[in-house]
Design a protein around this ligand. Structure first.
Ligand SMILES: *Cc1c(COP(=O)(O)O)cnc(C)c1O
Length: 484
């Protein structure tokens, strides 16, 4: 099966080439040419690594299933604790907990596997170059990528995060990162500034030439890379099959998923799962106060020209949701339309209007809702008081949207994307408890108040040495990249 660019369908790549390249030369994203249909019955009873191998083998067709099984077994083993488990929260409402991995965020699912996919991609393509990975992160991606790529031979990774866009815990997770091949920089500005600057490095021709001379190859670990997206499809199947096994509903019954959304990667993985045969009715796209996608769902106008809010769910503080481009392409099958719309979004206008019919096609599979800050905190607190479920603010944004869905007869699975202890101070204030200046004191207070346990890898951060504390301007990213 081949992949092609959302902006040029004549540009085709194998799966491994798409993963090696990350983003296509004209700025488009790689998408699968066809989506395989999976037989749900045959997937029943598989453990997570075997399920991952089956799902991924159908998409990454130039990788062997043996390789995929070995890779999935190695990375989704004991460092994922109980794994992707789905727990009941309320009547017909479930949480798919994706934060039992090494960095306590769902991005571990993709970023523990992706480095292995990349190393194998180099082998498959006889690529002996050094790989340079540049990551723009709003917090969680950075740490998860650093953990996944640290000390891999032939790879250098640099992570750029907005200097005031992360929690203290998130910042420390990155600033204390170990590994000889890692670099971490804070960027003055917000996540979009960082992401836009990193994207420009990718399309800078002079830089591309200088890399070529050094036999160095540039790629990204952001969810614009297909290798990031594909592993996320697996847990939609896993969650559904777990609930079938437990008798929550029957094989073939439809469910909804509600996904706390930033870059539109996680929710798009759910849409791919639906195309591959998972009985999904609706995907509810949950935004925080940065409701650019909510307005898009109401009007068909994507308008990034707006106030940017810093919220308690920083990984969703995004105005340009890059993966929406893939959905626009799949729904329109029109690369020149996508090129035109993305040109408008990234140009002076910073906005575009969908042509007639395209929004309607999107609304067949998606709803769009948002949760302002006060409502997010109320949801977090009520869900703890009434259901005994402690959610982080990202998950609470989605829980509130899920509770507002029209058809409450269809079970709804909310993707729980971060461990609440990653955002202890916000969780404490949502619960009406006093917050201290130190995240570590807040972790302890949260343990005391709720009788739950903070994960060891977060508690231990205070014992680690800070290795990275540089703050740079977005326009300095290129010169930093030249020195890597
Ligand atoms: C990254 C992230 C999200 C948003 O996921 P996207 O794929 O960017 O839509 C939501 N919650 C948490 C905790 C995250 O780290």
């Amino acid at each position: 099966m081949n992949y092609f660019s959302t902006r040029n369908t004549t540009l085709t790549r194998t799966a491994s080439q798409a993963i090696l390249q990350g983003i296509s030369e004209e700025g488009g994203l790689f998408v699968p040419g066809t989506l395989p249909k999976l037989d749900l019955c045959a997937l029943q009873g598989l453990d997570y690594p075997h399920l991952a191998a089956k799902v991924l083998a159908s998409l990454l067709t130039d990788y062997s299933e043996d390789f995929l099984l070995n890779a999935a077994s190695a990375c989704y083993g004991k460092n994922f604790g109980p794994g992707a488990k789905t727990v009941p929260v309320d009547q017909g409402l479930y949480a798919l907990e994706l934060w039992h991995g090494p960095t306590c965020a769902f991005k571990d699912y993709a970023l523990q596997l992706m480095p292995r996919l990349l190393v194998e991609a180099k082998r498959l393509n006889g690529d002996k170059s050094r790989t340079l990975i540049l990551v723009a992160t709003s917090g969680d991606t950075g740490k998860a990528a650093l953990e996944g790529y640290k000390d891999l031979a032939g790879i250098t990774i640099a992570v750029f995060y907005p200097s005031h866009g992360t929690s203290e815990t998130q910042r420390l997770q990155m600033a204390t990162q170990t590994g000889e091949n890692v670099q971490v920089y804070a960027i003055e500005g917000n996540f979009d500034d960082a992401q836009t600057a990193v994207k420009q490095v990718f399309t800078d021709e002079a830089f591309a030439q200088s890399l070529q001379q050094k036999n160095c190859h540039l790629t990204s670990a952001n969810s614009i890379n297909w290798g990031r997206l594909a592993p996320q499809i697996v847990y939609y199947f896993a969650s559904y099959l777990q609930l079938v096994k437990e008798g929550a509903f029957k094989l073939g019954d439809e469910v909804d998923f509600c996904v706390p959304t930033g870059n539109f990667g996680d929710i798009l993985a759910g849409w791919y799962a639906k195309q591959m045969g998972l009985p999904v009715h609706l995907l509810h796209c949950a935004s925080n106060q940065n409701r650019v996608l909510t307005d898009f769902g109401q009007t068909g106008a994507y308008n990034a020209n707006r106030t940017f809010y810093k919220t308690a769910s920083p990984s969703m503080d995004i105005l340009i949701s890059s993966n929406l481009e893939r959905l626009l392409f799949h729904k329109s099958a029109d690369a020149s339309l996508v090129t035109q719309l993305m040109g408008q979004l990234m140009g002076k206008e910073k906005c575009y209007q969908l042509p007639d019919g395209l929004l309607k096609a999107i609304l067949q599979d998606f709803t769009f809702g948002c949760t302002p800050e006060d409502e997010c905190f109320a949801e977090l607190s009520n869900t703890w008081d009434r259901c005994g479920y402690l959610a982080d603010p990202h998950t609470a944004v989605a829980l509130a949207v899920a509770r507002r869905r029209k058809d409450s007869n269809t079970p709804c699975i909310v993707l729980s994307t971060a461990n609440p202890y990653k955002f202890s101070s916000s969780v404490l204030s949502a619960l009406g408890l006093s917050v201290s200046a130190s995240d570590f004191a807040n972790m302890a207070a949260l343990e005391q108040a709720t009788g739950t346990c903070a994960p060891a890898q977060l508690k231990n951060l205070k014992n680690l040495a800070v290795r990275f504390n540089k703050i740079i301007r977005p326009e300095e990213i290129l010169s930093v990249a030249r020195q890597l």
